[in-house]
Ligand binder design. Structure first.
Ligand code: NAD
Length: 277
């Protein structure tokens, strides 16, 4: 059994609190990386149609002898497939590549508010849920106003919003909104995408105090905020290091020290203007 604790979603189902992200893992390396992650006890795998590596994830699932019900597979609708019929068709494409019968979590990857289709797309997600093709549905990169509109105009409250979140960009307001509405926060770019966070003196200092690595104390910071976290690495040693975060705790002073790195600046795109499809 996995050592990773689970969190309960608003539909009563559970999601592992830590998983393996495969953004930018080349398609030909994905099967091996996912197999390594499964061996290291990861059970949640986070892919997307846009990552072009769902087949590699599927191959690793097919080769693994872990019972399907112990795995938690997430994929995301790619930006070009917004709209009711396109979303349904694109979902079936994902399922063929993944080689599974039911998906654990399907997310709208980006809201693309300028095209005004996410409500219609969400209705397709509600149909997939009603038809039993997916166990949970959620969104990614949604801001408060996008969530408010979904909740006003549709029936199912997203189980999860997967957003850019790390100590430099801690998303206080969005996290609070999620909490008020029973939406789980899932952190993408949790390690700051290799762009300097892990070398920050505050992070290095907490790692020294705890006799852990900078990546481990940052992942622990996410866990203690109550987020689901999906670090990515293709290095087997780091894959193991990143899941080894459940036998120590940060105290208030450690959490505050790490929070000092806050810049309030995103590393990735702004969901209100990101229009790529
Ligand atoms: P991340 O913060 O997980 O950083 C990954 C990078 O950190 C690696 O490439 C490596 O350079 C470094 N790293 C990993 N482990 C390390 C360790 N132990 N020590 C030192 N350096 C280490 O960034 P990410 O991959 O962008 O985000 C994680 C996952 O989130 C993705 O793989 C993907 O599944 C998801 N994601 C989703 C969206 C979205 O729009 N929904 C966007 C980006 C990422």
């Amino acid at each position: 059994m996995s050592t990773v604790p689970s969190l309960k979603m608003n539909n009563g189902l559970e999601i592992p609190q830590l998983g393996f992200g495969v953004f930018l893992v080349p398609p030909e390396e994905t099967q091996e990386a996912v197999a390594e992650a499964l061996k290291a006890d990861y059970r949640l795998i986070d892919t997307a149609q846009g990552y072009r590596n769902e087949e590699g994830v599927g191959a690793a699932i097919a080769e693994s002898d872990i019972p399907r019900e112990e795995l938690f597979i997430t994929s995301k609708l790619t930006n070009s497939e917004h709209g009711y019929d396109s979303a349904l068709a694109a979902f079936e494409g994902s399922m063929q590549k993944l080689g599974i019968e039911v998906l654990d979590l399907f997310l709208i990857h980006w809201p693309l508010p300028m095209f005004d289709q996410y409500v219609e797309t969400w209705r397709a997600f509600e149909k997939l849920l009603a038809d039993g093709r997916v166990r949970s549905i959620g969104v990614s990169n949604f801001e408060i106003d996008h969530l408010q509109r979904l909740m006003a105009e549709t029936d199912v409250v997203p189980a999860v919003n997967q957003i850019e979140l790390h100590p430099q960009f801690p998303q206080e307001a969005l996290r609070e909104f999620h909490q008020e509405h029973g939406i789980l926060t899932e952190s993408w770019g949790p390690l700051g995408q290799g762009k300097g966070l892990l070398e920050d003196p505050s992070v290095v200092e907490v790692a020294r105090r705890k006799d852990r690595t900078p990546a481990q104390v940052v992942l622990r910071w996410h866990i203690q905020l109550g987020c689901v976290v999906i670090p990515k690495s293709v290095n087997p040693e780091r894959i193991r290091e990143n899941i080894d975060v459940f036998d120590f705790e940060l105290d208030d002073a450690d959490m505050a020290e790490i929070s000092k790195v806050r810049t309030g600046q995103r590393l990735g795109a702004d969901p209100n203007v990101f229009a790529m499809r």
